[in-house]
Write a protein that binds this ligand. Sequence first.
Ligand code: PLP
Length: 393
Amino acid sequence: MDKIHSDGLLRVLRRIDSPQTTSIQLAGQTCLNFSSNDYLGLANDPRLKQAAKQAIDQFGAGSGASRLICGSLTPHADLESALRRFKQCEAALTFSSGYAAAVGTICALLDKEDVIIVDRLVHASIIDAARLCGAKMRVFDHNDLGSLKELLTWARGRISPTPGRTPQTLVVTESVFSMDGDVAPLAGIVELKEQFGAWLMVDEAHGTGVFGSQRRGAVEEAGISGRVEIQMGTLGKALGSAGGFICGSQVLVDYLVNRARSFIFSTAPVPAASAAASAAIQIVQSEEGVQLATQLWRLVERLTTRLREDGWNLGPTRSPIIPIILGDESTAVSTANSLRERGIFIPAIRYPSVARGQARLRLTLSASHTDQDLDHLIDALIELRGLNSHSQQ
Ligand SMILES: *Cc1c(COP(=O)(O)O)cnc(C)c1O
């Protein structure tokens, strides 16, 4: 703790005394919230809340046991059917979190004779899974197909330590990167993994509900839906609830039910969370889903255009995750504090969530934001720049 303190990296919890909307109660102050992953504004939607309440009335507050004992309830089965249809996959399996889905799936599929190749910026859940499964981990440069190809070539040349067993290679990437908001070159990655006979797992935590004409995710947008062996996602972001999921073949899901330890040895998700997620999927697939996504993308376009015109460094984002990259850790913290004094909440993100010297404000948009919210933010940033006159790139 002393070291965390002296490095200026102490993190503490902030208590929010309101539901998750674009306006939150933070330490007695009402703040305009630009920090949630609730991209479609569904977390506090009356229909999700109603679905959760109904599930509680019908199935109780708790699930009672793991799915394989007696905790596999109707809301879980309904959610998995909804996910299967939504993602257009043969089968789906839900986990208590996206983190658990990553760890359970990767550890079930790979062992020390295999190879896992991940993008440099993949989420901590993937890195932890890769370490835990014991496979040889290699890291390719962020969104760099040349670097991925080199590693696939190396992996193909490996000889199995166990005669007769062919080492498997799994490539893992996020579709939309959580801290930079940029998108993986999925079509190119699919070409490569097919050329080398590897498997591909795509973490659609930030793509689901937002990308693609049917809002299925960036995999849909890239037109590669049938070619990704494992799609992973969370119910906790655009889908407004909590939990994780894997979509893929029936044999994959059957195998995970038998081998994914974070699935087997953990109490089933509560009925309320699964029912709320099913309600969210229904909304996302409806005409209203089209409108929510259209509204979100309009706001993204408007804000990124304006902030870039004003000279802020947003990096290569093309999603509702809009980093304002400030570089210096203390500048990021002081800017976040100054915005907070003006009633705007955007967290400063520092090492270890991003590399040192890449400190930023991580701004996220929701379909529930209004044009006035954006104007308020744009004005506050201009005013702060005048005060600090720290130069941007
Ligand atoms: C949030 C997130 C996860 C974890 O999902 P949870 O359901 O919150 O555990 C995994 N991958 C990425 C990229 C994420 O942003």
